[in-house]
Design a protein around this ligand. Sequence first.
Ligand SMILES: [Zn+2]
Length: 251
Amino acid sequence: MDETLLLEEMTWPEVGEAIAAGRTTVVIAVGAVEQHGPHLPLLVDAVRGDRLAVEVARRLGDALVAPTIRVGCSEHHMGFPGTISLRRNTLEAVCLDYAVSLARHGFTRLCFVPSHGGNFAPLAEMLPDLRAAVAPACRVDAYTDLVGFMVFWRAAVAEHAPDLVRRVGGHADIAETAEILCIRPDLVRSSRAEEGHVQEFDEALMERIFREGFRAVTPNGVLGDARGATEAIGASCIARAAEGIAQALGR
Ligand SMILES: [Zn+2]
């Protein structure tokens, strides 16, 4: 059997041996189950989290991957059928229990990596409490720069299709659709990929989305434009995001 980084796929002796051998970092993706336009399924951020966590763990080295927290803070997507949202307190309670459990086994570093925009601010806010709960034996970090994350996607699309960079809007757009073409191509309804609200993602747009809700900004649920996505663009989006996040977390 190939060596796995996924905690869930390991036996308890294997986890114990990994910790004893110095594999003491755990990456935890924090995803969402929410609308992703008319062409992508609700699980997008959950499976992107699965993949991103593995890619970040590989780049950090000496890291394992905890089960993705699949449902996140998606109140701003509740205007669309199917979205499930955790309250901030619920998400914090789940993250806290992950952290305390992992720290009790001897892991010394935990890295929370959001794969959904609505989880960035809650993670930044809860970080002091997470840290206090497991200090000093265990250190907790989180990647919380949402506007910075968009830079990775724009760079990846620019590498393959410079004239399509404007289609990176941050949600169910060319970049995110491309990632799902890599991860779960069977679930992409390509014929329904369309343009949404096209505007560069910045602080002002982010505030408007969280204040008014997604549906008020984009009736089809897309920020950016989903058309033109390819598997090659998706592979670059995943690699650049993992590289940038691993660097920010400090390998
Ligand atoms: Zn998403």
